[in-house]
Design a protein. Structure first.
Length: 339
């Protein structure tokens, strides 16, 4: 399988490292030889080599803040130009999320579909804003459109709902969907200051490029919208749901809640209300005895309410380099591997 990597930040590099580390597993267990033929990044520059890129050299250059364009196969054009010119089986779209416009990721995805490429994306913008249109285009072009990493990073919640819980009627999904704010609330409970923990969350690769998206709840709102659209089959937009982040939560409020046997969590949920589907994002004081109260750090959790099994809860990584890179690997194996 020949891949194009669009975006070579935390997620793209996390995936590249996994492709090197898991080369044997991919070949021996999934019959999959993966070759990256192009990398395009707005800041780091681009390379294209139909014979395959040296991923170790690309990672080394990215870490040393050297332009990829200086390597063998340096490509003098933007991501869209590369997608239009390249021959590849699948595109990994891992550019930064712009939740207001969904761009440039949406244009990248449409261009890849036009070229007959499968797509996996970790970018929440296109899914939250244009899912029905993109899914229809993928179907028309006969290609796969996967997006496991958009909700709970590599913790395979979308696959769980779509494939493993097939046949269940889902009445509600609810949980901790943003790693940055859960990490911040956890650290603030230990006495750390808001600005310091936000900075650490950025250094650890949890936060969005513009961290307002995390602390104001927009990232969780994008995930709520994605769940509404992909699990509940509606055509919702982020503005359809109320959203409030963690900016008003102070260390005193956290301590006060704890003294009353409660813990603040930023909760995103989608539920059926008669014939309509509702969603929301906001902080809730969760009882310390509730399963979600014990989910700390960048870990995420989601409870899926079903008709047959009752509640199913999945807890796992919600952000991070290898964790989100892995979500793309799941989708690559799903698109091209023998499972
Ligand atoms: N900024 C996001 C988070 C990254 O903290 O959860 C994963 O979507």
């Amino acid at each position: 399988m020949q891949l194009l990597l669009i975006g070579f930040g935390t997620v793209g590099q996390g995936l590249a490292e996994l492709l090197i580390e898991k080369e044997g597993t991919l070949r021996d267990e999934h019959g999959l030889e993966v070759q990256v033929v192009g990398i395009a990044d707005m800041l780091k520059g681009s390379i294209y080599d139909a014979g395959g890129i040296d991923l170790k050299a690309a990672l080394k250059a990215a870490k040393a803040d050297k332009k990829l364009t200086e390597l063998k196969g340096g490509f003098d054009g933007d991501a869209l130009a590369m997608i239009k010119q390249a021959n590849a089986d699948m595109m990994v779209e891992a550019t930064y999320t712009d939740i207001k416009t969904g761009e440039p990721a949406t244009s990248h995805i449409k261009a890849a579909f036009e070229k007959g490429m499968h797509v996996t994306t970790t970018n929440k913008g296109p899914l939250a804003l244009f899912y029905p249109e993109l899914a229809k285009l993928a179907e028309e072009k006969g290609v796969k459109f996967y997006f496991e990493g958009t909700v709970m990073s590599g913790t395979p919640v979308l696959n769980l709902i779509r494939e493993t819980l097939a046949g269940c009627h889902i009445s509600e999904v609810k949980g901790i969907l943003n790693g940055t704010t859960n990490y911040m609330l956890s650290q603030m409970e230990e006495g750390a200051a808001y600005d310091d923990v936000l900075k650490t969350a950025q250094e650890l690769g949890y936060a969005e490029a513009v961290p307002d998206a995390d602390v104001l709840g927009w990232d969780a709102l994008a995930k709520v919208t994605i769940l509404a659209n992909t699990v509940f089959g509606v055509n919702a937009k982020p503005d359809d749901f109320p959203c409030k982040g963690i900016t008003e939560i102070t260390p005193d409020a956290i301590a006060d809640a704890k003294s009353r046997g409660k813990r603040f969590k930023l909760i995103g949920k989608v539920w059926r209300d008669g014939d309509s589907v509702k969603g929301s994002v906001g902080t809730e004081e969760v009882d310390l005895t509730h399963p979600l109260a014990g989910v700390m750090g960048a870990t995420n959790a989601m409870t899926i309410s079903t008709d047959i099994l009752g509640d199913v809860t999945i807890v796992g990584a919600g952000a991070g380099r290898a964790e989100t890179g892995y979500s793309a690997l799941i989708d690559i194996i799903r698109a091209g591997g023998k499972r």
